[in-house]
Design a protein around this ligand. Structure first.
Ligand SMILES: C[S@@+](CC[C@H](N)C(=O)[O-])C[C@H]1O[C@@H](n2cnc3c(N)ncnc32)[C@H](O)[C@@H]1O
Length: 256
């Protein structure tokens, strides 16, 4: 098992790497929590889809001391890293290994209709549109009435404004470059190279390759209005973008 010190260092490098790509990452987390505080009681249960090493889940549990969170991912390296770094946070954090590309990923959660919030950050753009639509349907199914889905991810403006979309994309790139310079953050590849040097991870890296292969996680980034359409088709009665910084958006859907 990887040492706690190595896990701490890699998770903090992960957070810096992610903040290099998404300069407003922490602001987006707190916008998500403001939305949750505005609509849920203090005690609630959330599901974090594509949790990675748990950045969103642990921040949520810190902000809401009575909440519980189920963190789902399919990457054996990131799951093991998160588990080592954060443990179960006093049995409030439950790690689940599941592949969102399968149709039965939610079955193992055993809480159909009982989650108060389904959350995700920088993860659902890995999914092809057909799978994304199915994930939204499952998210609707696992939510209790009155529950909300919050997806913070890259989502451009609607197709009808191509010039503004290009400007917004460029502005986000400029912000990203400045953040990477300021934070001296790793690139995605450099982070994975550093993690790959940890000998304890070797069997997990092999398993990771088997699971994800060479599948690219870029290029499946529908504009926000497409997300909102998928969410309505999944059954959500109200959907909207509640926060945005250029092409970085927080999509929110409400289940009546
Ligand atoms: C860029 S990371 C974001 C992690 C975390 N949410 C964060 O904000 O730091 C994308 C995550 O989505 C996960 N992911 C991608 N495809 C998945 C799938 N099919 N099933 C489960 N998780 C998936 C990846 O393993 C990875 O942990």
């Amino acid at each position: 098992m990887v040492s706690l010190r190595v896990a701490q260092e890699l998770v903090s490098r992960w957070d810096r790497m992610q903040a290099g790509y998404i300069a407003a990452r922490e602001r987006r987390f707190s916008a998500m929590f403001d939305v949750l505080e505005a609509c849920l009681p203090k005690k609630f249960t959330a599901l974090d889809l594509g949790c990675g090493p748990g950045s969103l889940s642990v921040r949520l549990l810190q902000r809401f001391p009575q909440a519980q969170c189920v963190a789902v991912d399919y990457d054996p390296v990131l799951l093991s890293l998160g588990q080592r770094r954060y443990g179960t946070r006093g049995k409030r954090l439950h790690w689940v290994e599941a592949d969102l590309r399968t149709s039965d990923w939610a079955r193992g959660l055993g809480r159909a209709g009982r989650f108060d919030a389904v959350l995700s950050t920088t993860a659902l753009h890995w999914l092809y549109p057909k799978v994304l639509r199915r994930v939204y349907q499952e998210a609707y199914r696992v939510l209790a009435p009155g529950g909300v889905l919050l997806n913070g991810d890259t989502a451009s403006l609607e197709k009808a404004v191509p010039h503004l979309n290009a400007i917004s994309g460029k502005a986000l790139d400029l912000e990203q470059k400045a953040a990477q310079r300021r934070l001296r953050s790793d690139s995605w590849d450099a982070w994975w190279k550093a993690a790959g040097r940890v000998s304890d991870f070797q069997p997990l890296f092999e398993e990771r390759r088997r699971r994800y292969g060479s599948e690219s996680h870029h290029g499946h980034e529908p504009p926000a209005d497409t997300h909102l359409r998928y969410l309505r088709a999944a059954g959500f009665s109200e959907t909207a973008v509640l926060w945005r910084e250029f092409n970085n958006a927080l999509l929110v859907a409400y289940k009546e």
